[in-house]
Design a protein around this ligand. Structure first.
Ligand SMILES: NC(=O)c1ccc[n+]([C@@H]2O[C@H](COP(=O)([O-])OP(=O)(O)OC[C@H]3O[C@@H](n4cnc5c(N)ncnc54)[C@H](OP(=O)(O)O)[C@@H]3O)[C@@H](O)[C@H]2O)c1
Length: 309
């Protein structure tokens, strides 16, 4: 099976490459501007994965030629302007990355006969509903990042009815020096005996990137079409999430300080309550999505592997 992963050096892209290279017959092409392929953790990755250094903003012809000539079975776009603050600071770039680029990739994937997956976000909601959010619930983004994800969903639904739009909230380690993920920030603070301020009124159904990659693989096998929530089956606040991780890793959890997002001056705004209902995905695939406890276990495994424990 041939898979193209756009954004192979990113948080999700790294997990997707690892996941899709497991198959003995896999051929995985990973694209990003990174000069290096992922560090090969074994012969498996080396033999089945090719990194192609391309800039998707300036080398669209090369991407088009690649997809039309290789005719992959599956294309997953994990490239985005994913930082909520960067989107607000550079709205034109956010539109290019989060709307125009995914629509372009979706169109070429359809023309090449590939199944296309676009990653969307829980930020399409306003976070006012204190209950599980279903796919059909009203969307009303409170920041520009969420607005670009809504525009992207709408355009792809119109132009590629076979595509999957996966709304999620992912967590994990990325290993970039230039910017840290939530988990990397938390580890930096708590493992080094600093304090971490954490919202107890910002609730998400965060899922570990490895578990999310597995779920996307299942979605591909079932050829799910349209919008699906793919996340942990329950939801907790950032404060509770951080407490669970720090207790499991033996960090001093008294350093997790409970604060309120509603009383903070956080900008851009985040929607407060984002518990995603994943039953549509579970019904369509016959599989259960994991609880947040499983995501915490994955993070503990990552931490131990990174520190040779
Ligand atoms: N992280 C979250 O909490 C979260 C939550 C919900 C949804 N999502 C969505 O999930 C998807 C994946 O997010 P992520 O956190 O994995 O993103 P990420 O870590 O920021 O990765 C983005 C990827 O895009 C590549 N890229 C950026 N500009 C490029 C260009 N001009 N040409 C080629 N490659 C380029 C980056 O590689 P180089 O810089 O090396 O080129 C990197 O591989 C996104 O759609 C995001 O909106 C993320």
């Amino acid at each position: 099976m041939k898979t193209v992963i756009l954004g192979d050096s990113g948080l999700l892209g790294q997990a997707l490459v690892q996941h899709f290279c497991r198959d003995a017959k896999a051929e995985v092409f990973g694209i990003s501007t990174s000069p290096k392929a992922l560090p090969s953790s074994g012969a498996q990755l080396k033999a089945r994965y090719v990194h192609i250094r391309l800039d998707v903003l300036t080398q669209q012809k090369a991407i088009k030629n690649l997809l039309l000539s290789e005719k992959p079975d599956l294309v997953i776009n994990s490239i985005a302007l994913a930082d909520i603050g960067d989107c607000e600071a550079c709205p034109e770039l956010a539109e290019v990355y989060n709307v125009q680029l995914p629509v372009f990739l979706s169109d070429i994937s359809a023309a090449s006969g590939a199944y296309f997956i676009q990653i969307s976000s829980d930020q399409v909601f306003d976070g006012m509903k204190l209950g599980l959010l279903r796919e059909g619930d009203a969307i009303n983004p409170v920041n520009l990042y969420g607005a670009t994800k809504v525009a992207c969903e709408r355009k792809i639904l119109e132009t590629n009815p076979n595509a999957l739009l996966a709304r999620t909230n992912i967590v994990g380690y990325r290993g970039w020096e230039k910017s840290h993920t939530f988990v990397e920030w938390l580890e930096n603070a708590l493992a080094h005996r600093k304090e971490a301020d954490l919202f107890d009124d910002y609730v998400t159904s965060s899922i570990h990137v490895r578990l999310f990659a597995e779920a996307l693989s299942l979605a591909f096998k079932k050829r799910l079409k349209g919008v699906y929530h793919i996340a942990s089956r329950d939801a907790v606040s950032k404060y509770e999430f951080a407490l669970s991780i720090s207790r499991r890793l033996g960090w001093d959890s008294t350093r997790c300080r409970k604060i309120s997002m509603a009383n903070s001056s956080l900008f851009p705004r985040r929607p407060a309550y984002l518990a995603l209902d994943v039953k549509k995905f579970e019904r369509a695939t016959g599989a259960s999505l994991p609880p947040i406890a499983k995501t915490v276990e994955c993070l503990v495994d990552d931490f131990n592997a990174r520190h040779g424990r």
